[in-house]
Write a protein that binds this ligand. Sequence first.
Ligand SMILES: NC(=O)c1ccc[n+]([C@@H]2O[C@H](COP(=O)([O-])OP(=O)(O)OC[C@H]3O[C@@H](n4cnc5c(N)ncnc54)[C@H](OP(=O)(O)O)[C@@H]3O)[C@@H](O)[C@H]2O)c1
Length: 293
Amino acid sequence: MQILDGNLVSKATKEALTLKVAQLKAQGKKVPHLAAVLVGNNGASETYVGAKVKACEEIGYKSTLLRYDDDISEFKLLEAIEGLNNDPDVDGILVQLPLPKHISDEKVINTIAASKDVDGFHPISVGKMVQGLSTFIPATPYGIMLLLKHYNIDTAGKQAVVIGRSNIVGRPMSILLSANTNPGNCTVTICHSHTKNLKELCLSADIIVAALGRPEFVKEDMVKEGAIVIDVGISRVPDATKKKGFALKGDVNFAEVSPKCSFITPVPGGVGPMTIAALMQNTYKACEDKNVL
Ligand SMILES: NC(=O)c1ccc[n+]([C@@H]2O[C@H](COP(=O)([O-])OP(=O)(O)OC[C@H]3O[C@@H](n4cnc5c(N)ncnc54)[C@H](OP(=O)(O)O)[C@@H]3O)[C@@H](O)[C@H]2O)c1
């Protein structure tokens, strides 16, 4: 069994971007600028946005964090996004989800200029991804593809089961794994809460991507010998022994499942850091595309 080390690959990806930024600076060119929008003070969202801003600093990107109280009106938030769309210095915009209930995720995502949509959630980005055109790929699935590529994992012809069909993880993951690319060329089954024979499907899978948000859902008796298991889940489970009062758990029971795997991602230290690295790649692309035009 080999661990797919997201910390290691994320570090290498960020180091490569750091070099590119140094070159841009040496040529007197603009460096990538990511604007992050955070509404409210959800603990997990604060952590994710903090990690994204920190990654920008490490690489040498410019970053701006716009913070709003959770009672901001939808109109005001959309206005703020329009402001970022119209700011020529801003290359990428990310709005941390989830948003308060009175704000429509869909309206917010659709308001972000497609050319600055570094989260890859805008319908234009999604449409281009489905067609295999150059675009912003949603960061978590993109990070998983970068991880598979780094470890030279041959996915062609493999049976892949993706558990979860969200627009940010499961659905784009299924599209990328089925694309005629490397990694890719899998035969993909996408599962959700209505799937009846999930255990049988998982047992037949060469690759399992667990993205359902149910701690330790995937157990030893659901995984075949030699499978590749990608654990996307991050759940905060109460744990009095931890300083913060919670432990982070993936969607896979790592202790049970890992001995059967050829490759597996840990939680933490697997998909999470790769998500940040992929966002940084997308931000570089946003700036690069603009310089080309
Ligand atoms: N590592 C990272 O960087 C990263 C990034 C994003 C998300 N995550 C984590 O990944 C997990 C999933 O996130 P998400 O945003 O995709 O979640 P989500 O929007 O809640 O989607 C969950 C999906 O799982 C399906 N599902 C739920 N229970 C199921 C069950 N018992 N059997 C089969 N399918 C089931 C749901 O089916 P229905 O569609 O039928 O409801 C849904 O499609 C969460 O733990 C999240 O925190 C991690």
